[in-house]
Design a protein around this ligand. Sequence first.
Ligand code: FES
Ligand SMILES: [Fe+2]
Length: 456
Amino acid sequence: MSDRGKIVETVEDLTSPVVIPVDAYISEDYARAERDKLWRKVWLQAGRIEDIPEPGDFITFDILDDSLLIVRSGPDTIQAYYNVCPHRGRKLVDIPEGARNARGRRPHFSCAYHGWRFDLEGENIHLLYKEDWQGQLTGGCTNLSKVNVDTWGGWIWINLDPDCEPLRDYLEPAAAMLDPFELQNMRCRWRKWGIFDCNWKVALEAFNETYHVQTTHPEFNKFGEFRGWARAQGKHSNIGYDAPKDMDENQQAKLRVGSGADPRISTAEMQVFTWENANTNTTQTLVDASLRLVDELPEGTPGDQVLKHWLESARRDDEARGVIWPTVDLAHVGKSGTAWQIFPNFQIGHSVNNMLCYSARPLDSNPDKCIFEGAVYQLYPKGEEPETEWEFCKATAEEWCYVLGQDFGNMAAVQQGMKSGGFKGTMPNPYMERSTANLHYNLARYMGSGAPRKLK
Ligand code: FES
Ligand SMILES: [Fe+2]
């Protein structure tokens, strides 16, 4: 652990260079302490609302030793329970071997051991030989234990701390900044998960900055160089791109429009490359509209006009098939950036018509392993949303995609490198990688250790 400099005490200090001790990534004691100090205290994204559309629909969500059962108990109500039978502690709903979670529909839940049964509200409705307990099974002790649950952005969130703050308060300012993008209307195009050979923070920190793009993803360099920023937003953070004033700067940079000899052509090339090699951050409508740019616009059209024409024509194409993008004020788009990191372990790469989300959480108290998840969502015409399930994939380009394979390629190598006697702590770029500094600044408040220190 580094002993350089003073501990960072205010978020303003994160604008200066800091060093982050490695314990948070590699220490077994730290990883063990996370269960009680972190994971049992924070709001966690546990699934999508559309996964449980009808009463009786349920999913499970596991975080370390706690398995949760999330149930649609009525048309407008969702409940979450510890997935454990109060009789002798059998897990109530088994997770199928090799699956990320259980999912199904039941009128009630029966324990496989002695048959205690619970309705959708978690109340015990069947218990053999109840009289043997001599009338002392009172005070709800035979019901399922409830867990805080709420929804935002189309996701179901749970919190194991009975005294937690409301979800909305917890999520601000991210929730207010992201609400105009109407993320709740998007549906999954694909979702994959895997067990990766690195700490959950290493996995997430591969995506919470744009500093790595030039080197890890060299193919994007030919579409232009864009300078990224990262900002602390309370517990959360966001990232985006600097660009000329009065422009939809993040869109322009993220989509890499306006660079290259002919922006009509480079835009289409960038779209096709992204669609084929990442299958993220764009849609078929956007790709198709980009391929028409050379026919629809004269040679020499400046980049900002190419971007405008392209997005407007894609918006119209989608509208014609009943897919309505929300209209978001350009200044707001600029401020919102390209992705939000929701403390501690969820990233939303938002836009008006699609999004790319990542999460990572520990598998057990081994700091060198994590459960990593990636999911892409977009707007669909009503009734044409695909049915998707979590697909287990190894951390390879073959099983995910070329671009994500490039990101994954750094993860295990970072985890190994951090254990080297020659490594003195992470030194995030104060401008472009401040999300990492802010994550550890906030983690330290829960964990009581691991705060970033001033580099000097
Ligand atoms: S452990 Fe569930 S009924 Fe006995
Ligand atoms: Fe990347």
